[in-house]
Design a binder for this molecule. Structure first.
Ligand code: TRP
Length: 331
């Protein structure tokens, strides 16, 4: 990907990430920040349609911010900020509402899924749907179009939202003349699939996660809970069907991965031993970032200062876009 492209992404404040979040998405974003100008924000406004507890949103924002910084986000290249700290985002959403067809929102996957659930349950189609949920894609288009981004790396579940942002930019440009830049979605493939303790995809909703920054003793406890088959230590084992091995290879070097693969295939190693090898690997790779995460969480004013600095950088770009948009729409 060309180095002069501006990468933009938002991360929902869902709290301290687990290993699946990190390997599935956050790691790639951190890597991209090493050689790209990056706009990255914590999408606290997007959390509002479902989360009504301000304290939780605030705490989760700190947790995500500290995690990204601790794992090595390049702050030189990145404007890292809270979505809600940029006043222009509220204006951009309001302006874009007026070029966004209602029918487009009706087609949004997340809204449609909610309606289908309501219908199945025999409820009113729009039960439990607030306008924050219904217009979620407009706010997301505002995020994407406000900062002149070129590339928006997202998981498959967010692809439609980026396409909507392009559609909305198109409606705007058709009506008012060429103003907004159309970004490209970059969809991450399922290569980031990480199994959880029970072998299903690692996910909070399955309660099968390994937290990224758990203290050593908790990390060990979680890893010991990984479900295995009942092969004896002597029997050869299939590494490609083993959750232990699948997670190990995400943290280990190629040589270490090849060595463990051989131990699986040769037999003579019990799952308990394999779990200990996995624990020791993760614990050593994460010990430095974990200390940095804990340090930041104990010094929240340092996180605030980083986010404020990011907001200043982002606000500069946003104010220019809003001035153009306002002029086109209101003269
Ligand atoms: N909706 C995204 C998610 O749930 C988060 C997000 C908000 C986002 N605004 C964005 C992602 C802009 C990319 C670009 O993951």
């Amino acid at each position: 990907m060309a180095e002069d492209k501006i990468v933009l992404t938002g991360i929902q404040p869902t709290g301290s990430p687990h290993i699946g979040n990190y390997l599935g998405a956050l790691k790639t974003l951190i890597e991209m920040s090493q050689n790209h100008k990056t706009i990255m924000f914590i999408a606290d406004l997007h959390a509002l349609n479902a989360e009504k507890d301000a304290k939780k949103i605030k705490q989760h924002t700190y947790e995500i911010a500290a995690s990204m910084i601790a794992m090595g986000l390049n702050l030189e290249n990145t404007a890292f900020f809270r979505q809600s700290d940029i006043d222009e985002i509220y204006k951009m959403s309001e302006f874009l509402m007026n070029v966004t067809p209602k029918g487009l929102m009706n087609r949004a996957h997340s809204y449609k899924a909610r309606v289908e659930k309501n219908v199945e349950a025999g409820e009113d189609v729009d039960a439990g749907v607030n306008m924050g949920l219904y217009t979620y894609p407009v706010l997301m288009a505002a995020d994407i179009l406000l900062y002149n981004s070129d590339i928006v790396p997202v998981g498959k579940d967010q692809k439609q939202h980026v396409e909507f942002a392009r559609d909305i930019a198109g409606y705007f440009n058709n009506t008012y003349g060429n103003t907004l830049k159309l970004p490209e979605p970059v969809i991450s493939e399922d290569s980031g699939y990480v199994p959880g303790l029970d072998g299903r995809k690692m996910s909070k909703s399955y309660d099968n996660t390994i937290p990224l920054f758990a203290p050593s003793n908790e990390l060990k406890k979680r890893i010991m809970r990984i479900i295995t088959d009942s092969k004896t230590p002597e029997e050869p084992k299939n590494p490609d069907e083993s959750t232990i091995f699948q997670i190990y290879k995400c943290f280990a070097t190629d040589a270490e991965t090849a060595a463990l693969r051989k131990q699986f295939l040769d037999g003579g190693m019990g799952y308990g031993t394999a779990k200990t090898i996995l624990f020791e690997k993760i614990d050593s790779v994460l010990s430095e970032p974990r200390a940095e995460y804990e340090r930041l969480m104990a010094n929240k004013s340092e996180i605030d200062a980083i986010l404020a600095d990011g907001a200043k950088k982002a606000g500069f770009i946003a104010s220019k876009t809003i001035a153009k948009v306002k002029k086109k729409m209101l003269g």
